[in-house]
Design a protein around this ligand. Structure first.
Ligand code: APR
Length: 391
């Protein structure tokens, strides 16, 4: 089999790339290890930056999004028994939207399927050959058979645990990593959120968050040990910790409901440099991971794809390769700013084991400055609603 662009992985990055290439008349084949329903229903991130929303609308995916996405104009920080909102709409006229990742994936799958796009599920990629030549080949398995897909370019969109990154020679690849000494216990509860805003509880006992999944379902998180067993958390313990960390005077308390899901996520920051080698381009979680605090995982994957799709379109339409040649530099410049924001917020809002009282007071002062001064609010608003993709 032969195609123009072979795409490894059918997460949001891989599907979005194949959709954008198709709109520009460029052929691709997506190879995905997991079954279709597994990919479609995986619960992940849920907040989209304004730029991501605009990108989805621009490429014809605005239909369900415009009906279902919930616009968020502010974030409510709670500490010292007070609520301190940062109203990004008022600060800079930009917003974020709650629209879960599985909805984005559902929209993309539907668009690709309606267009007859080639997505092979249960087709794990084993290796990539000749990346430094002009005719790379992706070797994958399908129904027990080894098959070969020849192509011009390979997009490695196969997530943090994918194989693509390992085909950049070791002496060319540098990885930067930080593992946090805590995780998040994530909960879905059948209850409308107490307020229609994302709330962050920055409490001495640990971080907590209230977000909105749908008007009838609340998404809640509690900082916990990184290897915590969710079964150690009874429903009573969960609600009592959520009240302790999120409730403040003058605001409605966390709204309780039946808990339908509990899972622990570990937290890390990770970035691989460069994001391209020969004819391979890494995008999304294959190249970078952020702690979920800033809600940047899905948004960063879409930002990479915006750059990569444009570069490939320029190559095929006009034979211009400047954007392809600078893909990694363009993405890394933005991604380090995103890493800075995500790691900084995570450090400002979570309790670290062994932290001393001085460090806790500094954290509090950082929160005071960010929420209580105009430069602090502007910086948060600009980063949270999304930095420009190509400066
Ligand atoms: N062959 C084929 N597919 C593979 C292989 C392989 N060897 N290894 C992994 N994959 C697939 C995975 O099964 C998964 O469906 O690659 C896909 C990668 O998708 P994601 O992990 O969703 O990564 P990405 O598209 O970059 O999206 C980033 O995902 O982790 C979340 O919150 C994060 O929102 C962010 C988003």
């Amino acid at each position: 089999m032969r195609t123009q662009v072979a795409i490894v992985g059918a997460g949001p990055a891989g599907l979005m790339l194949s959709h954008m290439l198709h709109r520009a008349g460029i052929e691709s084949v997506v190879l995905e290890r997991a079954p279709r329903e597994h990919v479609r229903t995986r619960l992940r991130a849920g907040v989209l930056e304004q730029g991501a929303i605009e990108m989805l609308r621009e490429c014809g995916l605005g239909g369900r999004l415009d009906r279902l996405a919930l616009k968020q104009r502010a974030l409510d920080f709670r500490f010292g028994n007070r609520s301190r909102r940062i109203d990004f709409d008022a600060e800079i006229g930009r917003n974020v939207w709650v629209y879960p990742q599985h909805e984005v994936v559902t929209d993309l799958m539907q668009a690709r399927e309606e267009a007859g796009g080639a997505i092979l599920y249960e087709a794990p990629v084993q290796r990539i050959e000749d990346l430094d030549g002009s005719r790379p080949v992706v070797v994958y398995e399908e129904a027990g058979q080894t098959r070969r897909l020849a192509c011009d370019y390979v997009a490695g969109c196969d997530g943090f645990r994918g194989v693509s990154r390992s085909f950049i020679p070791e002496d060319r690849l540098r990885v930067f990593d930080r593992i946090y000494p805590f995780g998040w216990l994530g909960i879905l509860a059948d209850a409308p959120a107490a307020t229609n805003e994302i709330v962050w509880g920055c409490h001495e006992e640990g971080f907590a968050m209230q977000s909105i999944r749908t008007p009838a379902v609340t998404r809640l998180y509690l900082q916990c040990d990184p290897d915590e067993d969710p079964d150690n958390w009874s429903d009573d313990r969960i609600w009592s910790e959520l009240h302790k960390r999120l409730d403040v005077d003058g605001m409605p308390p966390v709204n309780e409901g039946t808990i339908t899901q509990k899972a622990v996520t570990a937290m890390r920051s990770f970035l691989a440099e460069p994001m391209q080698w020969g004819r391979l381009f890494l995008a999304g979680d294959a190249a970078h991971i952020v702690p979920p605090t800033g809600a940047k995982g899905l948004n960063s994957a879409l930002a990479d794809i915006k750059v990569l799709a444009r570069a490939l379109v320029e190559h095929y339409a006009d034979g211009r390769d400047e954007r392809l040649a600078t893909y990694s530099d363009t993405c890394l410049r933005r991604m380090w700013l995103v890493q800075r924001f995500s790691a900084g917020l995570c450090t400002m809002t979570h309790q670290f084991p062994g932290q001393n009282p001085f460090e806790r007071r500094l954290q509090r002062a950082d929160l005071e400055y960010m929420t209580g001064s105009r430069p602090g609010r502007l910086e948060f608003s600009e980063n949270f609603t999304g930095l420009p993709v190509e400066a």
